[in-house]
Ligand binder design. Sequence first.
Ligand SMILES: *Cc1c(COP(=O)(O)O)cnc(C)c1O
Length: 401
Amino acid sequence: MHIYPDAKAVVRDLAPDEPVILNRPHAALRAARFFIEKFPGKPLYAVKANPTPDLIQTLWSAGITHYDVASIAEVRLVRGLLPEAVLCFMHPVKTPSAIREAYFQHGVKTFSLDSVEELAKIVDACRNPETGEPATDLRLAVRLRVSSEFSELSLASKFGCDLIEAPQLLQQARQHCDWLGVCFHVGSQAMTPFAFVQALDRTRAAIAEASVVIDMIDVGGGFPSSYPGLEPPPLEDYFAMIARHFEALPIAYNAELWCEPGRALCAEYSSMIVKVEKRRGEELYINDGAYGALYDAAHVDWRFPVVALEDDLRDAAQDFAFYGPTCDDADYMQGPFALPGDIQAGDYVEIGMLGAYGTAMKTGFNGFGNAAQVLVADEPMMSLYRGDRVRPDADNVVSLR
Ligand SMILES: *Cc1c(COP(=O)(O)O)cnc(C)c1O
């Protein structure tokens, strides 16, 4: 497949009327190598952040062997691409048919749960269909509810059992498996390593109360990436803090430490070229939006980095808001996005850091949603992995070219 040097080369070649997604395998490879070398345990890739097959193959080639899957479609997808990968079904509410297919057809042994009902469901679904004997090779992970107070996107209210119920659930789960873990998720884009400290403190309390042997601690996702106005401390600080608090847990001497990064492994993988269809004052009508890869820009006012792709724009940067292409008023992204003041209809803009929960969110609503995908060789607009993070006070025109 042809590899373009950068977004400008794509515009010169294609002059695209629809958005184009630019993928950077080298950026995903670097992120994966970083986690494999520096995280003091095993990193699983959380597939929902970006299920693009090329990305999954790239992560596998970088050495990511374990995958956090949350639906039977994700199980089938990853198993189809990677026959030898270890798949862990980490959605705490599953249908029996999904559990059965995952276990019997795709070799999935690891399942998470946050209630006795789910425990019973997993045990039943994995019984030998002829003899009714329970499975002896289940690996179960009890999901604890922890605080999302340090994260930009909460995952605290939907899943996870309360600390009060956790000891009993751990004891019950222990009776159905030889390998028992505890997992949690501190919320996405955790802006301080202390997010993991509070979660590991709760984990310690639950394990101490239960007094069962724990074979694995899975600290989940939440590892941040870098965005304008959201520049986290170095990931090494997170890893060091997690390692220290993991060491202090009352668990088996050979217990494993896992994590499930989604965002941190793939945020830098993709950017997108959009075209300005119309300008109305400080509002730009572009051809992707709330129902496309800019879901978070519309729904939680995420400010992705932007750069104008025309060489003849001369004016100083000013702040713009974006309208997406659908006929819905909610298809609006307030930004602000700083672009040259003389930008106009027909010009192209590259929007960066869309590899996680960006391109994965695209829908076909209103007939918009097509986007070609191409490979580019240049650097992502921002990076946590090359040691040149932009100053926290810098604005969101990040020119690295
Ligand atoms: C979404 C999710 C992840 C990935 O979270 P990030 O914040 O993208 O790292 C990991 N584990 C589970 C169970 C999830 O639901």
